[in-house]
Design a protein around this ligand. Sequence first.
Ligand SMILES: Cc1cc2nc3c(=O)[nH]c(=O)nc-3n(C[C@H](O)[C@H](O)[C@H](O)COP(=O)(O)O)c2cc1C
Length: 341
Amino acid sequence: MTAYDLIRPLLFRLDAETAHRLALPLLSQIARLPLAAPPACAPTRVMGLEFPNRLGLAAGLDKNGEAIDLWFSLGFGHVEIGTVTPRPQPGNPRPRLFRLPEARGIINRMGFNNHGMDALLNHVARARRPGILGINIGKNADTPIERATDDYLIGLTKAYVAADYITVNISSPNTKNLRDLQGGAALDLLLGRLKAEQTQLTDRHGKYTPIAIKIAPDLIDSQIDEMADLFRRHRIDAVIATNTTLARNGVEHLPHGAEAGGLSGAPVFTASTRVLAAFHTALANEIPLIGAGGVLCGADAQAKQEAGAALVQVYSGLIYRGPTLIRECMEALAVPPQKPS
Ligand SMILES: Cc1cc2nc3c(=O)[nH]c(=O)nc-3n(C[C@H](O)[C@H](O)[C@H](O)COP(=O)(O)O)c2cc1C
């Protein structure tokens, strides 16, 4: 029995968003406890960056970068903060976060609640950062979708020096029409402008900050092929597969199962891993992949690696399993995959 096993029933009695707020100070206490032995970890080079291990914290748990050092102290090799928008915004009305414990899933429709880019950068400046820091950028809810590129360019420019890599989130289901950016002329234009700006910023700062694109699990094969072509053509640095799903397969009968928003945790594992594997085939090792979606144990992390992931991220699993999951995944990912990626 771990410390988190003791705390979890108490947290789960509270509404999900209150529990989330209380869990952070509790986790920082757990992080201070000495570890029996440091977990096995295999450093790896991805996007030209040296990652101390293959496991990372997925975006959305620390939207403002308030606990960066806590996440690293729990063992994560990389931490992705955000999604951050150029200006602060409150997100959707509460309740907007729901646990589905029977399925080990979560539905959220947070809607990019965050304190804005400037507040996030203040937190980043104060962090020690012993690992790799990703900053995940999005658009403000009141920026029209035709102007989305402007918000992403603001995010890229402002976060460029502070971030080790930048994730462009075009796959949240909770910002109106955001997922329309996942194909066709809109994606071509967005990627072209981001890469042109990246080139200018590289010259200006003498530093290359890689760009990852985060995609949805709800993509059909023709969309995947089209996106893979565009990612290759625009020399995108990495693809994160995936965000949450709009599907409700297997959870529709559960309490909260029909809430609007994105579903994560165990119920998204199959769809996420399918999309990850499909991108692995379509990209033929030209662009590295980061696997996220439904990792609840070490074997799940290994399955992501076998489907082609160079790195793996977790969010919902951490809510259900606590810090034990981190150690378990690090150990599983230190073993080379059965099928080489
Ligand atoms: C409450 C909640 C908030 C999230 N917020 C974001 C976000 O702001 N940006 C983002 O790119 N992904 C966000 N995600 C998606 C996660 O980063 C991850 O891609 C997804 O949940 C699948 O992984 P998981 O099954 O391990 O949770 C959020 C997920 C949850 C559960």
